[in-house]
Design a protein around this ligand. Sequence first.
Ligand SMILES: [Zn+2]
Length: 86
Amino acid sequence: MAQKEYKELSCRDTGADCDFLVRAETAEEAISVASEHGCRIHNVCEITPEARDRMYSLTRSVWCGGEFVDIQEAGPNTLQEEWMEN
Ligand SMILES: [Zn+2]
């Protein structure tokens, strides 16, 4: 029924040629997952305050309704994480 706000951050937005996308309930969570991804996939393990600020500014709000019901029911901290490796 009610739509829920999620924060979305994609790797492509940061300039990487990568289809990773994370959607979380807060920007902090999205950035945390994106940081892990950056370390694991791109070998960028050191997140400077500047990089964090940049990721924060790239995080956008998305509103999701019915299609995310299953995820909401799975738990408040459930993250959706997708990426493709070439
Ligand atoms: Zn990536």
